[in-house]
Design a protein around this ligand. Structure first.
Ligand code: FPP
Length: 263
């Protein structure tokens, strides 16, 4: 049996690592505010946490890590903050390029990428291309991303196909929709972590969340540590995933329904 991994007092079973971990990175602004710093300083520290989490997930054997780095709604933030975030994204992709390539990480980006400034698109595409054959882990950044927007875009694409006669409307089903979702090419998220103390999904990966386990952490994103990640995974490993089926001891299923009702 593979040896368990331990960080401080948290045990993570090496054989039941969630395949796809997705993270809503929240709390950069509050982290900065608590220190009397501009919000941008929180995002900068947040990008150090991103680097830490990519390394930690790669070490654990997570096969896909999806990070909510910028939502469609984030465009409404003050221009100075949006510009700083775009600059940080560019810096991150440039500074991590070598490590991404040498550690076997495939890089991907999902969302309304056409809305991103040229300085960001100019680093996304070459890194996607250079890392396309890597298979140790897929790192996906959700950028200018919205879950409802993604579903609407797939619906629009299918409607166009029906209109031009290449798809029969009766063939549209949940599986077909799933197969068209750019965020789910790596499979559904098994574990979604949200930092920053809020307990909501905020338009993230809506179609893929159907059976995801959710973990909410009070840590602000810049403070989210490898130990916090291990706690989230240990919590995931302690849960029983049933996918709408029955759980518990399978032998109970052999008891006739009548005697179950009578007991
Ligand atoms: C939410 O915190 C965070 C974001 C909107 C942006 C996330 C960006 C980073 C972690 C840094 C850059 C990303 C990469 C991939 C290098 P918030 O600002 O809403 O925090 P608050 O709720 O405390 O105000």
């Amino acid at each position: 049996m593979p040896a368990p991994l331990m960080s401080m007092s948290t045990f993570v079973e090496a054989r039941n690592i969630p395949s796809h971990v997705a993270i809503i990175m929240d709390g950069n602004g509050r982290w900065a505010q608590q220190r009397g710093l501009p919000r941008v300083a929180g995002h900068r520290e947040g990008s150090r946490a991103v680097r830490r989490m990519v390394r930690a997930c790669r070490r654990l054997g997570v096969k896909a890590l999806t990070l909510y780095a910028f939502s469609e709604q984030n465009w409404e933030r003050p221009e100075i903050e949006v510009d700083a975030l775009m600059e940080l994204l560019r810096e991150f992709l440039l500074s991590e390029r070598d490590e991404i390539l040498t550690s076997g990480i495939r890089f991907n980006a999902v969302g309304n990428l056409g809305r991103l400034p040229g300085i960001v698109r100019a680093v996304i595409e070459p890194l996607k291309h250079a890392s396309r054959d890597n298979d140790a882990m897929t790192l996906t950044l959700a950028l200018s991303y919205g879950g409802r927007e993604e579903i609407a875009a797939v619906a629009c694409e299918l409607a166009k196909q029906v209109k031009d006669g290449t798809l029969d409307a009766d063939d549209i089903n949940a599986e077909l929709m799933h197969s068209r979702m750019p965020s789910l090419t790596v499979g559904d998220p098994d574990l979604v972590i949200r930092t920053g103390g809020e307990q909501r999904i905020s338009n993230f990966l809506l179609y893929g969340l159907a059976y995801a386990e959710l973990f909410f952490s009070n840590a602000l994103w810049p403070d989210f540590s490898e130990h916090d990640l291990h706690q989230a995974i240990a919590s995931y490993q302690a849960r029983e995933r049933r996918y709408g089926l029955v759980g518990g001891d399978p032998r109970l299923l052999t008891i006739p329904p009548q005697s179950v009702r009578a007991s």
